[in-house]
Write a protein that binds this ligand. Sequence first.
Ligand SMILES: Nc1ncnc2c1ncn2[C@@H]1O[C@H](COP(=O)(O)OP(=O)(O)OP(=O)(O)O)[C@@H](O)[C@H]1O
Ligand SMILES: [Mg+2]
Length: 216
Amino acid sequence: MSQFLLEASDVSHSFDYTLFTDIDFTLAAYESAAIVGRSGSGKSTLLHIFSTFMKPDEGKVTLFGKDLYTLDDDEIEALRRYDVGIIFQFHYLFKGMSAMDNIEVASMLSGEVIEDTILEKLEIKELMSKKVGELSGGQQQRVSIARVLSKKPRIIFADEPTGNLDKETAELVMDVLLDYTKETGAALLLVTHDASMATRCDKTYRLEDKVLKEEA
Ligand SMILES: Nc1ncnc2c1ncn2[C@@H]1O[C@H](COP(=O)(O)OP(=O)(O)OP(=O)(O)O)[C@@H](O)[C@H]1O
Ligand SMILES: [Mg+2]
């Protein structure tokens, strides 16, 4: 079996215009990578493709050695439920439920439990009984990150996870994500506009002129 958790080859996609062509990409266990690039260059689209949520016009994507486009719906569903963690650019929480209930829904589905230390590190442990609608944007963002980690994914896709956080809180979120990969052997693929967050990853790639290039 391949040493890579994620392997993509010759991935191309267009909407109104060609976003990218012939993208090759790999991500190994314990590895963290950042993708940077202009707004509209296709970063979120690429993340949706790598994380099973979109099929590209062309190309092959393999997660944990499984070719995504040969799997049936149940197999894709199992990957999403147990193995793939996605932190979306816009977080999706149930606003009328408490922070804890939101996390428990996710952990129930995957049969895992959230560790208190993660809640402590994200500085949201004291907020767990509050309704999500009563939390600030940055607090909600950290709850949604805890929600994703609670299912113990083998690979994490994070789209601007620190987008609306102050510098100090953003660093804290990066600490939690990078510590998680180190402790569990999971991989992290991060989309960010913040160069200081990108440099904390093992590698940085730039999506520009329809191609993905590793930065020196
Ligand atoms: N489902 C869709 N249908 C049609 N066009 C889409 C769709 N999703 C994205 N696009 C278009 O594809 C382009 C790239 O969008 P994408 O969200 O991937 O960019 P991005 O690099 O993540 O930008 P940002 O940094 O602003 O988040 C945009 O022009 C967008 O309008
Ligand atoms: Mg985006």
